[in-house]
Design a protein around this ligand. Structure first.
Ligand SMILES: C[S@@+](CC[C@H](N)C(=O)[O-])C[C@H]1O[C@@H](n2cnc3c(N)ncnc32)[C@H](O)[C@@H]1O
Length: 206
């Protein structure tokens, strides 16, 4: 999929369904917030949600007092949903409409969050580009929380093939500069009642 079709695909997805009707919708990003707790962040720590979609993660972090939040997605529609939902609070968030594999970060973050984005990278070149961006964007000692479909999870989502992962396959993708500090599984139940197995990994950048 080239860059244009990636954006067109996701703009179409986000124009067809309400944010609480997509299969990945979750009313409470509980595992993500648990991983933030594990990282023991200061409220001023820089946090980025990569491929954030219309996730409530940023809302919850704002409510918890985090002050340096960045939301990135290739779809301006997804970003628009979240901005509208947050109202005036959106002004304190940095919004980036970018393809993560082509993004050039101009700062570093303490915490990188990706739920259900990395698994869409079916081309090894794109996975290597993602790993390079992750390395550049994380400060030394910073954390990356990555949630993908697990090996026993779905092999497609949103009309696209995915590559399923666990902590070992992510470690192989990201390399020795990342140390695995925690892994766990989650069964996500979609709004339609479909069960999807996720694998979560928390890495620390050396
Ligand atoms: C399955 S949704 C997950 C959304 C959100 N992380 C969540 O858990 O609710 C995947 C999101 O990643 C975005 N996305 C897909 N590929 C991307 C890429 N290469 N760069 C940035 N965003 C991307 C899509 O627009 C979509 O919002």
């Amino acid at each position: 999929m080239d860059d244009d079709s990636l954006e067109i695909h996701w703009q179409r997805v986000w124009s067809k369904k309400d944010p609480d009707q997509v299969t990945w919708y979750q009313p409470d990003p509980a595992v993500s917030l648990e991983l933030v707790e594990r990282a023991d962040l200061e409220p001023t720590a820089g946090v980025i949600d990569v491929g954030a979609g219309a996730s409530l993660f940023v809302d919850r972090l704002l409510s918890s007092g985090f002050t340096d939040l960045t939301v990135l997605d290739v779809s301006s529609r997804a970003i628009g949903f979240v901005k509208e939902r947050l109202g005036p609070a959106a002004e304190s968030v940095t919004w980036l409409c970018e393809d993560i594999t082509a993004w050039i970060p101009d700062r570093t973050f303490r915490f990188w969050h990706d739920r259900a984005v990395f698994h869409f990278l079916t081309d090894p070149v794109d996975r290597a580009l993602y790993a390079a961006v992750l390395y550049e964007a994380l400060e030394p000692g910073g954390f990356a929380a990555i949630g993908t479909f697990a090996p026993e999870g779905p092999d497609r989502c949103s009309g696209l093939s995915v590559v399923r992962h666990d902590a070992a396959s992510l470690q192989a993708e990201f390399g020795p500069a990342f140390e695995l500090v925690h892994e766990q599984r989650e069964t996500h139940v979609s709004p339609g009642g479909i069960r999807q197995e996720f694998a979560w990994s928390l890495f620390r950048r050396t």
